[in-house]
Design a protein. Sequence first.
Length: 222
Amino acid sequence: MTTSATPSPPPAAPPGRPAHPRHAASLILWRQAGGAAREGTVEVLMGMRAAGHRFMPNRLVFPGGRVDLADRTAPAATELRPDTRAALERRAPPRLARALAIAAARELEEETGLRLGGPLPTLDRLHYLCRAVTPARSPIRFNARFLVAPAEAAEGTLSGSGELEQLAWLPLEGVLALPVAPITARVLGEFRDWLAMPEAARATRPLIWFQGRENRRLEVAA
């Protein structure tokens, strides 16, 4: 997730006490297959988490991981769009909101070999999608933000650290038949709805968050 060596996941909570959800970010990188803007040709970049992972093993996921301390002070080539920043700050202070975006760009490079923009990330290419909190019953929990960027915002060749296996561009309409977690399926549904919106409407739509796979709620300011 965060370094060349795979870090340990958050420690499990003591019995009877819910684990504290760690702040995390994932990036949905998408493209039109073949470069043609034809309906039904949207692809998303995903990879399989290895069987040895404690959290979501053998599941297709987006590049992402928890926020590192260094993400809070890391430089960027460009800063967040006003609407993306406002959406992230709905449930996070400004410094954490920016760190979430930095984490998404960093994890993209570590796990896929692709860089968002160049040596320093171009945060203005990121759009906010939604948030998901792992249920309290889970021994490992994340408060994850899902961000979106077009494939042309990234550069490089697919490689990565090996944490994600079988990295591939997958057709949006077919990925739900593959081994994805229920919450990933819900996020993909939100992404499909986001794509269908006029671009101007995306920045003003109601924000959504999930507590588990079923509990879909409107986001409110902290």
